[in-house]
Write a protein of this length. Structure first.
Length: 86
């Protein structure tokens, strides 16, 4: 149990270091979605759909995700989307 607590603390510190430089409005939305969606606030695009809810993502948004122009959110569930090139 002690190791788990220490690991959680380390992961939280790592997470906080990654958050520096992110727009506060986007971060606020991320945190809200994180809480509402059980920690699943960022999902990969799957074809032309959201990787979480399967909602349709318009072709223009798909193109922008592929070009790393964002952030973009699913119109159905609100999660942030990203394009996984692998």
């Amino acid at each position: 149990m002690q190791e788990s607590s220490e690991e959680k603390k380390q992961l939280e510190e790592e997470r906080q270091s990654q958050l520096t430089g992110i727009d506060s409005a986007i971060l606020s939305e991320y945190e809200r979605i994180y809480e509402a969606r059980n920690g699943m606030s960022v999902v990969a695009l799957e074809g032309s759909g959201c990787g979480a809810c399967g909602g349709f993502v318009p072709p223009q948004i798909v193109s922008e995700l592929k070009a790393n122009k964002g952030p973009h959110r699913c119109e159905s569930c609100g999660r942030f989307l990203y394009f996984d090139s692998e």
